[in-house]
Design a protein around this ligand. Structure first.
Ligand code: PMM
Length: 340
């Protein structure tokens, strides 16, 4: 890895040596043609200051090309998710909800059978399979582009066989030693989220002490994880990075990560932002007595983050309430289009 100057003041990590052979303009739209900060927007002496660039969201091999920030709608087939509290626990309700999200403008649907909220304990593999597979099967049959939100290799492989296209592992392959091999063998695209341990005690690991800031530290840890993922045989062109908002992060860390999204984008892979309804939004929007705003009242704030993340060059945003985000990413795309 080498570090080059960024006109916005942040060091830019060059792509990992493991995939240095890939031509830069094939790398997720963050190559010379991408408009990514630090790659082509150096300012020559004596010229007018440059406008803030609008980096492209990039492309993930194995998934459709969206041409703007994609909208990932969430279907939690769980009785206990903080965000939607078991509303889609029943298979038929989950499938109907997935279809509704597609109609509302979701580009892909993320189906999960295990809650990862802070303090959550694990469900059994059998139970996770029971929750997820029928929903994946039915939504795939309806033509949905599906991702499976799982930390288990067996759930990932069964979901891929049932029609899922993307594996969204919040542990980035760390929770199950078989995960990277399964993903490499199937050739499925893979979300590598920043993760420091299981939800049950992850908040004790919310310690970031890098003098360059939280985003720089998370980006370094994600880059190392990406190197390991690629070394395990996963095509780097099929990877997506995710800062893991709320996972071993305080509210302040989440805001710092959103402020420092460029650090993650500079790793040269598409970035997924999943802020939807999370606790830091509840805290921001607390009432006069300091009571956090309940999850159901956090959708406007979520849509605001969707617009901002899309403008910054996020590949996708993962949300529970699709309509406002479907509009937000289109607004961002229109502004980006007009800026060209
Ligand atoms: N957060 C949750 C679940 N899955 N996947 C990715 N890639 N990134 C995240 O931040 C993430 C995730 C927890 O939220 P939920 O329980 O509302 O789905």
């Amino acid at each position: 890895m080498t570090v080059t100057a960024d006109p916005h003041g942040a060091p830019v990590q060059a792509r990992p040596a493991a995939w240095a052979g890939v031509p830069a303009d094939n790398q997720a739209g963050h190559g010379p043609a991408s408009g990514h900060p630090g790659v082509e927007h150096g300012q020559a002496a004596g010229t007018a200051p440059e406008a803030r660039p609008h980096p492209r969201p990039g492309h993930v091999v194995g998934l459709p090309e969206y041409g703007r920030c994609a909208v990932m709608g969430v279907v939690n087939v769980t009785p206990d998710s903080f965000s939607d509290g078991g509303r889609w626990f029943d298979t038929d309700a989950a499938v109907a909800h997935g279809l509704e999200l597609l109609e509302q403008g979701a580009d892909l649907i993320d189906v999960g059978g295990e809650s990862t909220r802070p303090g959550a304990s694990r469900v059994s593999e059998a139970e996770e399979l029971r929750r997820v597979l029928p929903v994946v099967r039915e939504l795939a049959a309806a033509g949905a582009v599906l991702s499976v939100d799982t930390m288990r290799a067996r759930v990932a492989s069964a979901a891929l066989e049932s029609g899922a296209r993307l594996v969204n592992d919040v542990s980035g392959g760390l929770a199950d030693p078989a995960m990277l091999r399964v993903v490499a063998e199937t050739g499925a695209p893979f979300v590598v989220m920043h993760w420091r341990g299981q939800s049950v005690d992850m908040q004790s690991r919310a310690v970031y002490d890098d003098p360059r800031g939280t985003a720089a530290q998370v980006a370094d840890e994600l880059r190392r994880r990406l190197d390991e993922v690629v070394a395990a045989g996963i095509d780097p062109e099929r990877t997506v990075l995710d800062p893991g908002l709320g996972f071993a992060k305080t509210a302040e860390h989440n805001w710092q990560l959103l402020a420092g999204l460029d650090r993650l984008l500079a790793l040269g892979r598409p970035v997924l932002v999943a802020a939807s309804r999370k606790g830091f939004l509840g805290k921001l929007l607390a009432d006069g007595e300091g009571n956090p705003r309940p999850a159901a009242g956090r959708d406007a704030a979520t849509a605001a983050i969707s617009a901002l993340a899309a403008d910054r060059g996020a590949w996708a945003v993962r949300v529970h309430d699709v309509p406002p985000t479907a509009d937000a990413v289109r607004v961002a795309a229109a502004i980006r289009g007009a800026a060209r």
